[in-house]
Write a new protein. Structure first.
Length: 264
């Protein structure tokens, strides 16, 4: 119960930045430079007098958009391709799996560079790049899960009873594979946060005029010794959000996956 409460708080935090900020995150006030936490600026201000809480909230919203894009693309496309490959078999299975392995082999940075060149610097372009990179692992997991389900005795019995392929997929295969796929997608969301922060840190997938956790770390790195709290808050946001989303795959679920012989 505590785990789901923490997840709810994280999702509320990620959504909050899109609908409300206590101050304009880009408003410069040189008279308020390096202000400590107060009732007016809860987390203080940066070297230009901008409100840190507002900037962290906007960065959270932009990160949330990336998480949504990554999980949607990776989960939907990966589940469809992996399940289809296992069901079709033969040359179609080999072709789909080789195509999915391509997304595993190509570095995420290369995909991010192409997406940034085609669609510009935005959370959606970064989400597209990271989502395409996630298709490979999701597809291989879905294929492995589906293969193991198709080898179960109840599938053979369903075949003997003349159950249609569509009904077999919806009533027998997917109910046994989707829960683990959703769990895996939730666990991968934490990795997407770190990947997006890394891309924003080096200037990919972010708009310099908009605050991102990674770009904030890059901007504030020059003040790490004089004003370390500037780097602390975006760094803490990345760490806490990643940790909280990571608990979606707890020890019991991980043991269940390993028991099935699936390598994550």
């Amino acid at each position: 119960m505590i785990r789901y409460g923490l997840l709810l708080l994280v999702f509320a935090f990620l959504i909050a930045g899109g609908i409300w900020q206590p101050h304009d995150p880009n408003a410069v006030s040189l008279l308020d430079r390096y202000a400590s936490g107060s009732s007016q600026h809860f987390l203080g201000t940066d070297q230009l007098g901008r409100d840190l809480l507002s900037r962290v909230l906007v960065g959270g919203w932009r990160t949330g958009c990336v998480i949504f894009a990554v999980c949607s693309i990776g989960f939907v496309a990966g589940s469809f391709l992996g399940t289809s490959a296992a069901v079709l078999g033969g040359w179609a299975e080999a072709l789909i799996l080789r195509s999915c392995e391509f997304f595993v082999l190509v570095p995420t940075l290369i995909i991010a560079l192409v997406a940034a060149a085609l669609f510009g610097l935005s959370p959606m372009s970064a989400g597209l790049a990271l989502g395409l990179a996630a298709i490979g692992p999701h597809s291989l997991l879905a294929h492995s899960l589906t293969k193991r389900v198709l080898g179960q005795p109840f599938i053979t019995a369903a075949h003997s009873l003349g159950v249609s392929p569509v009904r077999m997929m919806t009533q027998h295969v997917l109910p046994n594979t989707l829960p683990l796929m959703v769990t895996y997608a939730g666990n991968q969301a934490g990795l997407a946060i770190v990947s997006y922060a890394s891309l924003a840190f080096i200037g990919l997938g972010s708009d310099p005029s908009k605050p991102d956790w990674g770009s904030m770390l890059f901007e504030y790195r020059a003040f790490i010794f004089d004003h370390p709290r500037l780097m602390f808050w975006p760094g803490a946001a990345i760490a806490l959000t990643t940790f909280t989303l990571g608990v979606m795959l707890d020890r019991e679920e991980l043991a269940h996956v390993r028991k099935k012989g699936i390598s994550l």
